[in-house]
Design a protein around this ligand. Structure first.
Ligand code: NAG
Ligand code: NAG
Length: 994
């Protein structure tokens, strides 16, 4: 026993120390070390180059190019580039020092001879798509005693093998695009180990640059010389993108198209993509490698296939013949011009004819007899999905590219009888209804995982493409997405997101800060996804109920402080990357939240005639300046490397489209120069806009009623105090006293001084109750507030606090009602049941305010309330309204992704009543529409709020039961309203659990 434990410990220690010595690469085992374990091959030793690279000049030009990158990457890491020898020969001409041999099977004489002489076994990768292996080989050639041999099954296989080594020696794929500083090493060794990386999980994986103005377009125009034909989306720019994609082991691109023509802007673009090894395609709305802008500038006639098919066909023929020598994924089908709907009605036959004509063009121009061997994709974006659902026929070989709803919720996935190859077009950035989100990162990786896990498990694995807007600043989501697509086995499991975040943070910023950085970016995604920044305004978070707005602002403030603390600790060379990927978004979000929350408070304070409204207005103006300064900091950092990249406006949306300038919400000021009619002291309470003296038409119709009422307090309230605020109205300072009548009421502070010249001295008085002394049942406490100054014509202000001290049997365990509501995090069930292997799993940070629950496996059958997995929540109620309770279930969800027979449903039962089955996402009113309520759901951070009515019966113990009747139903939160729920964005805070 003892010995086993020691051995285990020793193994653990060795594992840990090895981990430190090895450079990091995401998701693969180490093949490079900075110290010299037994059998390792020196590449660099004590600052000296002791190796060189050999690649056959007959190998793919793209492989030779990547080998050149590797030689330069060694330079980044060690200070000396490694020599690269490109020869067209076999072993005999190898330099003595050659220690890295790179070659594609069938393209490298040396590699082929090693296979032939059985010095390497390539059976695991031969003939496979994009696979590679690396290993040490003894005496690979005369005079060479040992070499690291990198073998690719094909062109990209070799390239990925090369970049695997780059990453492991310490060059991040993001060294250029996010300024991740290469690690510095004086010694590097290749370990005596064999690494085999087989076929990627998703065959075609890549990004879509979209809506590229103002940020990316501005940056390009400032940094890349304008091409002969217009904007600077030229091959020099694209080379940077291709290289990034290959370093991330991706292979696919939809180029920028909002105001760009990939094939025309620079005639070298297409051949450069092919040279690098990127499979080019065109977006969902641009068939056959022709861009929308090309038609708009060069097309003849209207974009209408019913009247102008001859011209459109000719135009498509040009696209096919222009791209025919390169590696393509041909987009087929048709949408309306400018990415609009094709027609107001379902035009299935027309689309089928379009695709059949396109296939004829492909087969004619490419000169292939079997067009089904030509890779083609048909994207079922928006209305096109409706045509498909209405029977549009698609040839078997075409990849059906399913889509999300532009907001990260999968709309539909293949059914068992839909056997075309399938894929997913997903969004991290969007321009359109109900609002753009295109400023900074708003992506929750947990949500991304949940939706892409579903996508993968439901067999949409041929193409994954994600809309990434301007590329920056979405580095982290892009990195995650492409890692998941490349290596689903490593990253696809539940709870792997945080592991990925740690690995990412280790690679980019170092082991020492990785855990903290991972937690910061995880928390960031959780907060950011609650509502896209473009949709946040002063009304979003409630400023009077549940202290919601202030708590949310506090969260952003704390997160920013944590990011700033890491930034301060990092060595100078790692700061820029950290600023771009972690600190900037956190700080920028905090500023925007501060602007909205403080504007809301400013308006409320002016409404309450507070002097401090004015200082808040000043504060908002300062934060507006901070927002600008932070934008400038980004745009001017590193000598202006990212100029214009942060040009996106984000404050002052009036409708879905971006504001032309950043604009503050309306601010209000209180006149302080005249006497206040009610004296100098004002009083307000939580959950009320009103203030006294006067000005309280909410609490009372009486103009000079001076009593405010606090929300009821009981021993089970999640927050054990209520808040009174005391503030100045005017310019005069004063002293105040807060005097409760009842001995069991405590106030803190009970007296103080308010100085209107200093807004920080608006005073919050916490009112709490000594429950040991308070009387049982319902009572009201009275509190008087007096000032050293007069009250004008008004009486002394007073505050009432209703209290309730119920009795609960000591044996009860579960959630307790407070103030006519019970609020529950769905993940905090009292009990869960299973149905065979079908059960609930916890989805971290996927709830509204915590974790969420969903059914696993996501491929399971429809469930029912008799045998399906059930969640039970024990509750104790003191209120039993005769009209019953409204129960709101907060659900995160893909849309009804499983065909017409299986819309998403849950069931709910309260207190042993028969379960109610609820389809919470309605069927479509029209085939071209989104489901009713969708705008609200996506605006509210992808949450559907479903309300059911229930009888309550007597007070006491109750059980609430929930069933997810379909996979991909995600339970976030449950709120039982017995008449006490107040407005808020995130819902009431969770009830007390005994
Ligand atoms: C445009 O199309 C019309 C027929 O629709 C044809 O007569 C004309 O020659 C075309 N023009 C060009 C420039 O190809
Ligand atoms: C495929 O299955 C779904 C769900 O069972 C059904 O509604 C649909 O009609 C089927 N489609 C075909 C082409 O058989």
């Amino acid at each position: 026993m003892v010995e086993t434990n020691l051995r285990f410990l020793r193994t653990l220690l060795i594992a840990v120390s090895f981990f430190v010595a090895f450079a990091s690469a995401l998701g693969s085992k180490p093949i490079i070390s900075t110290s010299k374990p037994k059998g390792a091959l020196p590449l660099f030793e004590n600052g000296n180059v002791v190796a060189s690279i050999h690649v056959d000049s007959n190998d793919y030009p793209g492989v030779v190019r990547a080998a050149h990158d590797l030689s330069v990457d060694f330079g980044h890491v060690t200070g000396h580039n490694m020599s690269l020898y490109t020869t067209q020969s076999d072993a005999h001409s190898l330099s003595q020092r050659t220690s890295i041999i790179i070659g594609t099977i069938g393209k490298s004489k040396l590699v082929d001879s090693l296979v032939l002489s059985k010095k390497i076994d390539v059976s695991k990768i031969k003939g496979k798509w994009e696979s590679f292996q690396t290993q040490l080989v003894q005496n690979p050639a005369p005079g060479v005693s040992q070499a690291l041999v990198i073998v690719g099954s094909d062109k990209r296989g070799s390239i990925f093998g090369i970049y695997e080594v780059s990453e492991q020696i310490g060059v991040s794929p993001w060294y250029y695009w996010a300024d991740v500083a290469p690690r510095k090493h004086s010694s590097l060794y290749a370990l005596n180990t064999k690494l085999v990386r087989g076929e990627p999980s998703i065959k075609y994986r890549g990004i879509f640059l979209n809506d590229e103005a103002p940020a990316l377009a501005g940056w390009i125009n400032a940094n890349f010389p304008r091409g002969k034909y217009g904007p600077g989306f030229n091959h020099e720019f694209y080379s940077r993108v291709f290289e990034l994609l290959l370093r991330l082991k991706a292979n696919f691109l939809w180029p920028a198209m909002w105001d760009s023509m990939f094939g025309v802007d620079d005639p070298k673009n297409q051949e450069t993509a092919d040279f690098y090894g990127i499979v080019m395609s065109t977006s969902h709305t641009e068939p056959l490698q022709m861009s929308t802008k090309e038609w708009n500038t060069l097309g003849n006639g209207t974009w209408d296939y019913t009247t102008n098919s001859a011209n459109i066909d000719k135009y498509w023929e040009r696209g096919v013949s222009r791209a025919k020598n390169f590696e393509n994924m041909w987009t087929v089908g048709m949408r309306g011009n400018g990415d609009n709907i094709l027609s107001g009605t379902v035009v299935t036959e027309l689309l089928q004819k379009v695709v059949s004509d396109q296939r004829k063009i492909l087969s004619d121009v490419l000169g292939v007899r079997d067009v089904s061997k030509v890779p083609q994709v048909w994207c079922l974006y928006k209305d096109i999905q409706a045509y498909y659902e209405h029977g549009m026929r698609v040839p078997d070989d075409i990849t059906l590219l399913w889509t999300d709803d532009n907001w990260g919720n999968v709309r539909r996935l293949p059914l068992a009888n839909e056997t075309n190859p399938a894929g997913m077009y997903y969004h991290f950035d969007f321009v359109g209804d109900p609002r753009d989100y295109k400023w900074i990162n708003t992506v929750s990786l947990q949500k991304t995982w949940e939706q892409l896990h579903l996508t993968y498990e439901r067999n949409a694995r041929n193409i994954w493409v994600v809309n990434v807007g301007d590329l920056k600043p979405l580095e982290l989501p892009i990195d995650y997405y492409l890692n998941l697509a490349y290596d689903y086995d490593t990253w696809g499991g539940i709870d792997k997101v945080i592991e990925y975040e740690k690995a990412w943070a280790t690679r980019e910023f170092g082991e020492d800060v990785a855990k903290e950085v991972a937690d910061i970016v995880e928390t960031y995604g959780f907060y950011a996804a609650r509502r896209r920044y473009e949709l946040v305004d002063p009304k979003t978070y409630n400023i009077i109920n549940y202290n919601e707005a202030e708590l949310v602002l506090e969260q952003w403030k704390n997160l920013t402080s944590r990011a700033e603390a890491v930034y301060a600790k990092l060595p100078a060379e790692r700061k820029p990357a950290f600023f771009e990927m972690v600190l900037h978004p956190t700080k920028a979000a905090y500023i925007v939240y501060d602007i909205h929350v403080s504007s809301a408070k400013n308006n409320l304070y002016a409404y309450q005639r507070r002097s401090s409204a004015n200082a808040l207005a000043e504060h908002v103006l300062e934060r507006f300046q901070d927002d600008h300064d932070l934008t400038q900091e980004y745009n001017t950092m590193l000598g202006g490397k990212w100029s214009h990249m942060m040009d996106q406006t984000h404050l002052g949306y009036n409708y879905w489209q971006q504001p032309m300038r950043n604009t503050l919400p309306p601010l209000a000021w209180t006149q302080l120069l005249e006497n206040s009619l009610s004296g100098t002291m004002g009083v307000a309470v939580e959950s009320s806009n009103g203030s006294v003296p006067g000005d309280d038409h909410f609490n009372s119709a009486e103009y000079n009623n001076n009593t405010l009422v606090l929300p009821q307090l009981d021993p089970y309230a999640p927050v054990q105090y209520r808040t009174i605020e005391i503030f100045a109205r005017g310019t005069k300072a004063f002293d105040f006293k807060v005097s409760p009548h009842n001995p069991w009421v405590r106030v803190s502070p009970s007296s103080g001084h308010v100085d209107p010249r200093n807004p920080a001295t608006d005073v919050k008085v916490k009112v709490s109750v000594d429950w040991n002394k308070a009387p049982a049942g319902h009572n009201v406490a009275f509190i008087n507030i007096t000032s050293s100054e007069n009250y004008g014509n008004f009486d002394m202000p007073s505050v009432n606090l209703p209290i309730h001290k119920p009795s609960i049997p000591p044996s009860f365990h579960g959630f307790v009602e407070s103030n006519k509501l019970v609020s529950i995090e769905a993940s905090h069930a009292s009990r869960k049941t299973k149905n065979g292997n079908v059960q609930y799993e916890t989805l971290r940070n996927l709830g509204r305010t915590g974790d969420a629950l969903t059914l696993f496996p996501v491929t399971c059958d429809k469930q029912n309330t008799a045998s399906g997995p059930r969640l039970e929540y024990d509750l104790f109620l003191h209120t039993a309204p005769t009209y019953g309770a409204n129960i709101t279930v907060y659900l995160g969800a893909a849309l009804n992704n499983n065909g017409p027979d299986r819309p998403l449903k849950y069931a709910i039962s309260f207190d042993d009543a028969p379960p109610q089955e609820i389809q919470f996402i309605p069927d479509l009113d029209s085939p071209l529409a989104m489901p009713k309520g969708w705008d609200q759901a996506v605006s509210d951070g992808n949450v559907w709020k479903s309300v059911t009515q229930h009888k309550v019966g007597a007070v006491g113990k109750k059980i609430l039961k929930l069933w997810a009747l379909e996979p991909s139903v995600v339970f976030q939160k449950v709120v039982i309203d017995l008449g006490g729920v107040k407005d808020s964005y995130l819902g009431p805070p969770e009830s007390v659990r005994l």
